[in-house]
Ligand binder design. Structure first.
Ligand code: GCU
Length: 665
């Protein structure tokens, strides 16, 4: 069988350890999973497929209850106290086994909770854990755990690096691709419960009847997996497809148009999630076109979906060329005055940082700053600025760094995670056989789901789970790949954007280096706007003597950043413009540190190659070769970044690149 990566982390190959297999087999000799609702059928099928594969023998599970069975899967089990059941909430589950002859139990309050429990249980088997004595209680930390696809109706994917959109609008709704099913399985296995399937740079056509029928087909399929469908709403849709002269949110005819549209959608998809909106950002239409606020716009849509319990997710990624201030400050400046002005079914979705999914950004100052507004995190799984589908970068450390940052907004310990009501990841999924282009991109999809479920999981534990399920449980392989994955993000930061540099990529495609670009007609798009290199030094002064973006943070959070002496190296040039001879913690000058970091990044990619290559005998040929070839490209491109950036910055510093580091070619 070709090992092409299609099966993701749900491979279910036969367990190699025979004694473990027989142990599982006897513990799971009979299974009771009564009922035949769509969700229970999905759970049964998954169990049958997984156990047949893992145990290497056909497993069939009847639809009838068997009180003697050794594995009992049932809703609201009488074996569990009412109090305990209540504590599981709508989506949580319990897996319990007291050992001996007593049955193993998976219970939950809902069928979707049971499905999550089944996937969790399968993960235990896939990662070869003991199932003798279990007492696992899992309740998701966040209610909304979402993927945002940036998929266009012509099947191109904005910032997609894994082929075309998996949504085949041409053959929908009649032809239901197997991919839709496997996509839903993968999402349910990590607890994703919402997907927005269209680009935030929206096309109003998705809101027309023929397309809504196609969306319905997907929503009908996803329902059994606990996944709700959302659509992006183009703010000017009433003009474009409604024939109105305006999209002014305070205009009664416009309000009525959206109310009618919502009623139409909910008649087709009764559990439609709601709208995701990008407005007045990067040229998109929005309420400000009519001198109205983001709250006016969001509330109009919120009122339209409220009768159907729908939500509006309004993005805070706003900036425009007309605002002369540091782009870092725009979202905060616009949204802070609106706190408390949004309807209760509006969530504001904030990117992890204030610029745009850079390899490293300090957390966005809006986190914790909108106490009266439900706020969602927006991470980018697709690696727009992190090597796209070509570089191996494990993103859980980036996600965790942000989630664990202290906003201090309600005192010390007010982590970003503690301020959230939901989490979305911009999808990296496409029609490539392995879904994500780079095989290791799968780990980022996986990590987003796991962290949305429980942000306290460590990046290391998530990596280990993923490796064990995707490759093998061999200890040396797990240890090598874990190390490589955990280091990979910092390695990329070193060869692309060390010491807090940011937004120095090439224009348009955002792939390679372009720190010299200075001639774009929108100043805030020019890399020179961000690195500000000159004969004296480099970096963006965002302290009180500069753009003062720092003042948007709680003073206790801003404190460490405000002084170069206390500012962590990793954020230094994000907040300060410093002389080339500034002394770093390492004792090196800033210039020498820059050279050191860029070289270290390149050398570390060689190290990743060594690690990968030495595990060859434990990997299948096809996946081994794929990753090996991509690591070769990554190594070349790390040099490209280093050489381009150092030679360019050297034209300002006028300093030699110190030995023993490799001189740019
Ligand atoms: C980035 C990205 C755009 C995207 C935008 C957004 O700027 O380059 O393609 O539309 O983010 O998040 O809205």
């Amino acid at each position: 069988q070709a090992e092409d990566g299609y099966r993701l982390w749900l491979r279910y190959d036969q367990l190699k350890n025979a004694s473990l297999r027989t142990g599982y087999e006897s513990r799971l000799a009979t299974i009771s999973l009564p009922g035949n609702s769509p969700t229970l059928q999905v759970a049964r099928k998954e169990l049958e497929m997984a156990l047949s594969g893992l145990l290497g023998k056909m497993v069939r599970i009847p639809e009838t209850r068997n009180p003697q069975a050794s594995l009992q899967i049932e809703k609201s089990s009488a074996r569990v106290s009412a109090q305990e059941l209540t504590s599981l909430g709508e989506e949580g589950f319990l897996i319990r086994s007291t050992g001996g002859k007593s049955p193993l139990l998976i219970t939950a309050n809902s069928e979707v909770g049971l499905l999550y429990g089944v996937f969790h249980f399968l993960r235990l088997l896939q990662t070869e854990q003991s199932i003798e004595k279990l007492n696992i209680k899992e309740v998701p930390r966040l209610a909304l755990r979402m993927l945002n696809h940036w998929d266009n109706l012509d099947r191109t994917v904005e910032r997609g690096y894994a082929g075309f959109s998996i949504w085949n609008w041409h053959t929908l709704p009649t032809y239901m691709d197997q991919r839709y099913i496997d996509y839903a399985r993968a999402n349910a296995s990590i607890g994703i419960n919402a997907v927005s399937i269209t680009n935030v740079n929206a096309n109003a056509t998705i809101l027309t009847q023929p397309y809504l029928q196609k969306v319905k087909a997907l929503a009908d399929l996803f329902r059994a997996y606990g996944i709700k469908v959302y659509l992006t709403a183009r703010f000017s849709a009433p003009v474009e497809i409604g024939g109105l002269k305006t999209a002014d949110p305070l205009e009664p005819a416009v309000q009525q148009w959206w109310k009618d549209k919502a009623r139409e959608i909910y008649a087709i998809i009764p559990d439609f999630g709601g709208f995701l909106v990008k407005a007045n950002s990067e040229g998109q239409p929005g309420p400000q076109d009519y001198k109205r606020t983001h709250a006016d716009g969001a509330n109009m849509l919120a009122d339209a979906v409220a009768p159907f319990k729908g939500k509006v997710i309004w993005r805070a990624f706003v900036y425009s060329a007309e605002v002369p201030d540091d782009r870092h400050k725009q979202a905060y400046s616009e949204f802070l005055p609106l706190d408390g002005k949004f309807r209760s079914n509006v969530l504001v979705q904030v990117k992890n940082g204030a610029i745009d999914f850079m390899p490293r950004e300090p957390f966005h100052p809006l986190f914790g700053a909108l106490p009266k507004t439900p706020v969602m995190m927006e991470f980018q799984i697709t690696q727009e600025y992190l090597g796209q589908g070509t570089h191996l970068v494990y993103l859980a450390p980036l996600f965790k760094e942000c989630l664990e940052s202290d906003t201090y907004q309600k005192g010390k310990g007010t982590t970003v995670a503690s301020t959230l009501n939901g989490m979305a990841g911009v999808s990296n999924i496409g029609t490539d056989i392995n879904w994500t282009g780079h095989l290791f991109g799968q780990a980022n999809w996986y990590a987003l789901g796991r962290l949305a479920w429980n942000h306290e999981l460590s990046a290391e534990d998530i990596a280990k789970e993923w490796i064990r399920m995707s490759f093998s449980t061999d200890p040396s392989l797990v240890s090598d790949l874990t190390q490589m994955m955990l280091a990979s993000r910092e390695i990329l930061v070193n060869y692309m954007n060390p010491i807090g540099l940011h937004h120095i990529m090439a224009t348009g495609h955002h792939y390679g280096p372009g720190p010299w670009v200075a001639d774009l007609n929108r100043p805030e798009w020019n890399p020179t706007y961000y690195h500000r290199a000159d004969s004296i030094g480099i970096g963006f002064n965002r302290t009180a003597t500069g753009s003062d973006a720092l003042s948007q943070y709680h003073p206790d959070a801003a404190k460490k950043w405000s002084d170069p002496a206390t500012c962590p190296d990793i954020d230094l040039l994000w907040f300060h413009h410093l002389p080339w001879n500034f002394t770093m913690r390492s004792g090196r000058t800033l210039w020498n540190e820059l050279c050191y970091r860029y070289n270290l990044g390149v050398d570390s990619v060689s190290w990743m190659q060594t690690v990968w290559n030495r595990q060859q005998s434990k990997l299948d040929a096809q996946r081994f070769e794929q990753v090996k070839m991509l690591l070769n490209i990554q190594h070349q491109e790390a040099k490209w970044w280093r050489d381009a950036c150092l030679l360019y910055f050297q034209s300002f510093s006028r300093l030699p690149i110190p030995a023993p580091y490799e001189q740019p070619a």
